[in-house]
Design a protein around this ligand. Structure first.
Ligand code: HEM
Length: 417
């Protein structure tokens, strides 16, 4: 490939991206000298940017918009059509304020943490009977049970496994053209239909949502036009709270992987308690691959570090690259929670869930929840004694999203001292 390939029309990279996963963008950077990768995705010109200046550019440039940036297959699986992720301007501001109020309120975060902690304790009691425990599956199940309870959503015990499977499938199948993708579409359809029925019953007065609950707030949310959002969009946004909370199970599996790879971390967690657990959670989010990049579309010709970006270009912010950039991190491939002990990361320093200001832009409003729950579950895991039976712990980088292949299997689980 040519260096400085601006002069040639790039071949479309959608299939290579799907085939190479997390390796795709780093390989593009290796072939680039300038401040941005120039490529094509989904039939349109695309650029990828990274570094602190790029984070500010991506989040503060009002002419980078989100409608039209996410391909249909990603909306039909991961986020849902009409999701907050796809809104701009005032529509986004009003919808986003609802998420921020619900998800960044410290009391609600603590209430969810205590529900999740109790769900783990109940599950862990059963693990000590000698069975083999798949950490990924168990944490997805207990997160499903806890987030539904916390949100005020009725969930019969007999349906926990099915609902968990659907919430996991939506995340697992968004970036592939294979059977996982079909499963993800079906899962979304089923989940949206179930929630739409519930929303309709509440709105017609046939059922009541607990006053002040997350369900109540989303069902009665009014958009920028002062009207209730439609039933389908309400279901989509409820799922945008349930699904990513359950997706924390990907990070829990990575935490299990980290405790195996760096056994000293177990002792450090036990000794360091909640404060160390917070730093550990940050390092899990930094070190392991999850969201590779986020995307917007340039609405007019823009310039970044002196380079033109023509109108209509897809602009990708390289989250995974940023969190492993050797210019920003000392020995980026080491796993070292010490990077974050005794301090809070700067706004645009650590961006596995996006950068900028969560209230003003599209940064993930669920970051406080993620850090709190991941810290709490990592600490509980570290306090268990268990054996790691022979298993495949490889993390295939060509699969998005990835996780240790075995899901992290624990044997002979016992409570620690
Ligand atoms: C947005 C990652 C957990 C709710 C995002 C974005 C990323 C992300 C990369 C896009 C940022 C952007 O477009 O600039 C993650 C990861 C999580 C996680 C890796 C760990 C499992 C959560 C949780 C919740 C949540 C727990 C809710 C309880 C959302 C919502 C948005 C979002 C509603 C859309 C925000 C907007 O468009 O304004 N997340 N997230 N996420 N996340 Fe998360």
């Amino acid at each position: 490939l040519l260096k400085n390939p601006m002069r040639v029309r790039e071949p479309d990279q959608t299939l290579p991206l799907l085939a190479d996963g997390y390796r795709w963008l780093p390989a593009q950077w290796e072939q680039t000298d300038g401040p941005m990768v120039r490529t094509r995705l989904m039939g349109r010109p695309a650029v990828a940017v990274r570094g602190p200046e790029a984070v500010r550019f991506f989040y503060e440039e009002p002419r980078i918009e989100r409608h039209d940036a996410l391909p249909g297959p990603v909306l039909s699986t991961l986020f849902g059509h009409g999701a907050v992720h796809t809104l701009d301007g005032r529509d986004h501001q009003v919808r986003k304020a609802m998420f921020v109020d619900l998800l960044k309120d410290p009391d609600r975060v603590e209430a969810l943490a205590s529900t999740v902690g109790a769900a783990w304790d109940t599950a862990a009691e059963q693990w000590t009977d000698g069975r083999r425990v798949v950490l990924f599956d168990e944490s997805a199940r207990l997160l499903t049970r806890a987030v539904c309870r916390w949100a005020g959503l009725p969930l019969d015990a007999s349906r926990v496994d099915d609902v968990t499977r659907d919430l996991v499938a939506m995340v697992d199948g968004f970036a592939t053209a294979g059977p996982r993708h079909i499963r993800a579409r079906r899962a979304r359809r089923r989940a949206e239909q179930g929630l739409m029925r519930l929303v309709t019953r509440i709105r017609t007065g046939e059922r009541k949502a607990d006053p002040g609950s997350v369900l109540d707030a989303v069902v009665h949310h009014q958009g920028a036009d002062g009207l209730l959002i439609d039933t389908h969009t309400t279901a989509v946004e409820l799922l945008n709270i349930l699904r990513p909370t359950v997706a924390i199970s990907w990070f829990v599996a990575f935490a299990g992987h980290a405790l195996h790879e760096w056994p000293d971390q177990k002792r450090l967690l036990r000794e360091g308690g909640e404060e160390y657990a917070r730093a550990f959670a940050h390092e899990v989010r930094r070190h392991y691959p999850f969201a590779p990049f986020v995307a917007g579309v340039a609405q007019e010709e823009l310039h970044h570090r002196g380079e033109p970006i023509e109108a209509g270009t897809l602009v990708l912010l390289d989250l995974y690259g940023h969190d492993h950039d050797a210019e920003l991190w000392v020995r980026p491939d080491d796993f070292d929670p010490g990077r974050f002990t005794g301090r809070t990361p700067e706004r645009d320093e650590l961006i596995p869930q996006g950068g900028g200001d969560a209230s003003a832009g599209h940064r993930c409003p669920g970051e406080d929840i993620t850090v709190r729950l991941l810290g709490l579950l990592s600490l509980r895991l570290a306090r268990l004694e268990y054996r790691m039976p022979a298993q495949d712990l490889r993390i295939p980088l060509e699969r998005i999203p990835t996780r240790p292949k075995s899901g992290v299997v624990l044997g002979d689980v016992r409570y620690g001292d």
